[in-house]
Design a protein. Structure first.
Length: 151
């Protein structure tokens, strides 16, 4: 379906990934979620490479939830690659990280992140944060149909 909700969750921590998926499912926002465990897998998914190879040249999620501290390719490098491409730069990217580092925040915004959220430590607050992210970016926010831009 053209209007299915699709989220790319880029998270290496299985506990944080499970919490995010649970929050999305509990609020009926979890249709068609893909999880990448590292930055390389995230880029492979978006650019339809390796095991994600398809007839499409790109896989375009409606939203990317991106951790920064990732194995193989870190989140800032993933963000840099996504925002350098003329089509994928239109995908909303929300950094969801444990990093309170000012330099990470500045670098993320310099690279074009749409939002930067520090993961709450408290379980209920984490669930609430993911729910609010999902509601805003998937239901309230208006964006063009990026898939129409793929040649």
């Amino acid at each position: 379906m053209k209007n299915e909700i699709e989220i790319l969750l880029v998270e290496d921590n299985p506990n944080d990934a499970e919490l995010a998926l649970r929050a999305l499912k509990k609020n009926n926002l979890s249709n068609n979620v893909v999880r990448a465990c590292d930055g390389e897998e995230a880029l492979d998914y978006i650019f339809a490479r390796k095991s994600y190879k398809s007839d499409n040249s790109l896989n375009i999620p409606k939203l990317i939830l991106l951790d920064l501290k990732l194995p193989k390719i870190d989140g800032l490098e993933v963000l840099k690659v996504i925002k350098a491409d003329p089509v994928t730069k239109l995908i909303p990217v929300v950094v969801l990280t444990s990093s309170h580092e000012e330099r990470d925040m500045v670098e993320s915004y310099s690279l074009g992140v749409n939002s930067y959220i520090v993961k709450p430590v408290n379980f209920d607050n984490f669930i609430d944060s993911v729910r609010e992210i999902g509601f805003y970016w998937l239901l309230l926010n208006q964006q063009p149909d990026i898939k129409d831009l793929i040649k």
